[in-house]
Design a protein around this ligand. Structure first.
Ligand SMILES: CCCCCCCCCCCCC/C=C/C(=O)SCCNC(=O)CCNC(=O)[C@H](O)C(C)(C)COP(=O)(O)OP(=O)(O)OC[C@H]1O[C@@H](n2cnc3c(N)ncnc32)[C@H](O)[C@@H]1OP(=O)(O)O
Length: 237
């Protein structure tokens, strides 16, 4: 079930750091395999943990989730089977979510006497709105891919077993786009969500101005003038 135990979380954090540091990486897909995305944090491991254990980890509880959220290029979660609890929270750290039509998503922590502990109360509420987030978190109920798409938790539905292929198709256009501009767009949107409108507009202006130093800006504008829209062959820098 891809239970997110210590080892898996450390592996995710290391992979996210390596991908973030590699300028050749233009897009990332998070996939749990053909059977399941992730059924959440490892309940068996958590049951052995004490309050002191958790206090010791506070601040680090969701560092692998934050590492994935901070990957500076477009990311897509390809969901088969279940994305529950920490698994749904991991999917929420991606820019887009593609789910198989028979997939189930949810935040069932309340059924364990817990609440989401890796960003679910924050990212889910920002994505689907506080009322829908409260419905899923207060009830702990699973929803199918169709309901998830309806509320905006999932962006696209694929045939069972085809979520990875659909995610590859979704990320493909970004691989030949203007890499620096795509990074700037993701940073402006994500950082803007953290603050007030004025701060967000300031971040956007700074990043917009910075793109005038890129080669792709010259390529894009020259291509439009000479060939019309959408014909530019960007260099990615
Ligand atoms: C996290 C531990 C490491 C420490 C790290 C620091 C701690 C903090 C981490 C960061 C904060 C994370 C906050 C997130 C919290 C959570 O995610 S809480 C867990 C939320 N998830 C769930 O409640 C889902 C639990 N699973 C199920 O409901 C069902 O298994 C299923 C997914 C609906 C599938 O059902 P079914 O097809 O009937 O299969 P099962 O028989 O139930 O399961 C097969 C085997 O898999 C085991 N398993 C399933 N889920 C988990 C899980 N989350 N953790 C551990 N093990 C799991 C299940 O026990 C079965 O095992 P066996 O009986 O041995 O075959």
């Amino acid at each position: 079930m891809n239970a997110l135990n210590d080892e898996v979380q450390e592996g995710l954090a290391a992979a996210a750091a390596a991908l973030s540091a590699d300028p050749a990486v233009r897009g990332v897909i998070v996939w749990g395999g053909e059977k399941v995305f992730a059924a959440g944090a490892d309940i068996k491991q958590m049951r052995e943990m004490s309050y002191v254990d958790m206090v010791r980890r506070s601040g680090r509880l969701s560092e692998c989730f934050t590492a994935v959220a901070r990957i500076p290029v477009p990311t897509v979660a390809a969901i088969e089977g279940y994305a529950l609890g920490g698994g749904c929270e991991l999917a929420l750290t991606c820019d887009f979510r593609v789910a198989a039509s028979d997939a189930k998503l949810g935040q069932p922590e309340i059924l364990l006497g817990l609440i989401p502990g890796a960003g679910g109360t924050q990212r889910l509420a920002r994505l689907v709105g506080p009322a829908r987030a409260k419905d899923l978190i207060f009830t702990g109920r699973m929803i199918d891919a169709a309901e998830a798409e309806r509320i905006g938790l999932v962006d696209q539905i694929a045939e069972p077993g085809a979520a990875l292929e659909a995610a590859k198709a979704k990320v493909a256009p970004f691989l030949t786009g203007p890499a620096v501009a795509l990074r700037a767009a993701k940073e402006a949107i994500d950082r803007g969500l953290d603050g007030d409108l004025g701060t967000g507009l300031g971040i956007e202006s700074m990043l917009f101005a910075g793109l005038f130093a890129t080669k792709d800006r010259e390529i894009g504008m020259t291509s439009f003038i000479e060939n019309g829209p959408g014909k530019a062959s960007f260099e990615g820098r």
